[in-house]
Write a protein that binds this ligand. Structure first.
Ligand code: BES
Ligand code: MN
Length: 444
């Protein structure tokens, strides 16, 4: 298949713009420059801004006074492609199979961002102008924590002044079922390390005598949840906003029952906090997760050793109105309380991001919903999702405007995993969505 949009899409996907891999920084930069050229070729004013990390690309249509300005944010960096041997075709050689484009970044986020860009290009080509002023903001560090974007927003606040922000970096409930995401979970990443003896010890000589950091850490980690898998950290739920009756009702109608989740994770069993359905737990309830445990012998066979240290990587998904700083304090206090005196504990705090919630019934939410109906021919589902986009807080705070999340990722698009894919159907819908959105916002 060869259409003009596929050429652009494939060219964009061929850049190995993996932001976490320092050796690929030239590819990330080349990808930013490709975007700048694309924006200029379609008649927008565009510029690549270097940062201390990866560049930020800003493009704008010639501002027409009296029109509203929509800022569209997206990211051109991608997750690493490993494990490479699990890809059926190479991650940076986009391939179409059965109507799906396979490549790293096909969905997250190059496909979704480019659909908006090409939607604007199409409108400009067909009509010579846009119903609203447009600013594109494309960053290259989303997958590594958007480290330099918040400061950039502060420094370029005037240039980025807008009336509304739209982002397509979230999901759709199912194929052909458009979704307006009015909430995302926040996040807090932490690490706990326990230090015992100065070196690893022979467990025959010192077993029964020396404190074992791995054993003690296991005990501590077991206190994070109660028997019903509710988080057992005192204060953790203090600020949790209860689910609203209307959203529980709306979500219960979606094709996201227990069977869906079992199928999605290829597991016979689900596990989570009692009293809530799986979709409620995934979208509207906070969690404490152990993302990794280490320490001691990890090789094949056995080794009779008492490790000198043990660690666990933890993260917490947060819901309105939890705050990362307050949760961090609760977690620290809890770990201090349950840490046995025989080991020395170190607690590290990683990235954090506030949960996000907006009103899907405001004038712009309604305009977005009309655009989704026009694009897909069905009423959009109103959903929250469990993932996090930490930069939303800075976007809303610094630019002072509301954010619409109009994602097109499918549950089985394998974002962040091998064989990531995006349906061409969604790509084309994304272009139409952009055109409909601009028209509806001009009227709202
Ligand atoms: N696009 C996702 C966020 C997302 C995922 C939104 C699923 C809605 C549903 C984003 O690229 C992402 O993966 N974010 C990370 C953020 C973290 C590394 C701070 C996440 O959610 O784990
Ligand atoms: Mn993303």
């Amino acid at each position: 298949m060869s259409t003009p949009f596929l050429e652009d899409y494939f060219a964009f996907l061929r850049f190995q713009s993996v932001s976490t891999e320092p050796a690929l920084a030239p590819q990330v930069a080349a990808c930013a420059e490709w975007l700048e050229r694309k924006f200029r070729a379609m008649g927008l004013e565009a510029r690549v801004y270097p940062t201390a990390g990866h560049p930020i690309v800003v493009a704008r249509s010639t501002p027409k006074p009296g029109r509203r300005t929509l800022l569209i944010y997206g990211h051109y960096d991608v997750q690493p492609a490993d494990p490479l041997e699990e890809w059926h075709t190479p991650p940076f050689e986009p391939t179409v199979r059965d109507g799906l484009v396979y490549a790293r970044g096909a969905t997250d986020n190059k496909g979704q961002l480019l659909a908006h860009i090409l939607g604007v290009e199409k409108t400009l080509r067909e009509r010579g102008e846009l119903p609203v002023n447009i600013i594109f903001l494309a960053e290259g560090e989303e997958e590594s924590g958007s480290e330099h974007l918040a400061a950039f927003l502060e420094a370029h606040r005037e240039e980025l002044r807008c009336d509304l922000i739209a982002i397509s970096d979230t999901g759709m409930v199912a194929r052909g079922l458009p979704s307006l995401t009015y909430g995302l979970r926040g996040i807090l990443a932490m690490e706990v390390r326990l230090h015992g003896a100065e070196t690893d010890l022979h467990s025959g000589l010192y077993g029964g005598v020396a404190p074992n950091p791995a054993t003690l850490l296991a005990r501590m980690l077991a206190t994070l949840h109660d028997a019903d898998f509710r988080v057992a950290i005192p204060g953790f739920y203090d600020d949790v906003a209860p689910l609203q009756a209307w959203e529980r009702k709306e979500w219960a109608r979606l094709p996201l029952d227990e069977a869906f989740f079992k199928e999605a994770i290829h597991s016979q069993a689900l596990l989570g906090e009692g009293g809530y359905t799986p979709v409620e737990r995934a979208w509207g309830r906070p969690t404490a997760e152990i993302n990794g445990i280490g320490g001691g012998y990890q090789g094949s066979g056995s080794k009779t050793v008492i490790p000198r240290e043990a660690f666990a990587k933890l993260s917490f998904r947060l819901v309105p109105n939890q705050k990362p700083a307050q949760i961090e304090a609760c977690v620290r206090a809890h770990l201090e309380r349950v840490c046995p005196p025989q080991v020395r504990m170190e607690i590290l705090t990683g990235h954090g991001g506030q949960p996000f919630l907006c009103d899907p019934n405001g004038p712009d939410g309604l305009a977005a919903r009309r655009a989704l109906v026009r694009t897909w021919g069905v009423e959009p589902a109103l959903i929250r999702e469990g993932g996090s986009i930490p930069i939303l807080e800075a976007l809303r705070g610094t630019l002072g405007v509301e954010i619409l999340l109009l994602g097109m990722a499918l549950p089985d698009c394998a974002c962040h995993a091998p064989n990531e894919s995006f349906p061409l159907e969604n790509f084309e819908a994304g272009m139409r969505l952009n055109q409909a959105l601009l028209e509806e916002l001009a009227r709202a």
